[in-house]
Write a new protein. Structure first.
Length: 111
């Protein structure tokens, strides 16, 4: 039987780069021998102006993209997205500054 436990994959403040290009601020690579299940994504605006945050797998597949969040606004998603060993979960800003947290389950693989 596989071991399962809850974990936080990403948590941190993300901000747009000086050149106004999206910038990955927090990445989590699923370790060898494990499989991650993303269960919860939470975002909040922490700077001035509007914040748009995103979470992707391998930089290609969007799990979640927030709408324009203004002061005091939050966005969240409850899901069951599987991410395999060696794949990267990235959280980044597309506009403004905000806080992003991604959590879920980390399962051990059985040979």
């Amino acid at each position: 039987m596989a071991s399962v436990y809850s974990t936080r994959f990403n948590a941190g403040t993300v901000a747009i780069a000086a050149a106004q290009q999206p910038r990955a601020a927090v990445d989590y690579t699923v370790p060898s021998g494990f499989r991650a299940v993303v269960r919860s994504i939470y975002m909040s605006q922490t700077g001035s102006g509007t914040f748009v945050g995103s979470v992707t797998v391998q930089g290609l597949c969007y799990i979640f993209r927030s709408s324009d969040l203004t002061a005091g606004a939050t966005a969240s998603l409850e899901c069951n997205q599987v991410v395999n060993a060696g794949e990267v979960i990235s959280a980044f800003a597309e506009l403004g500054t905000g806080f992003v947290m991604v959590s879920g389950f980390l399962l051990t693989e059985q040979p």
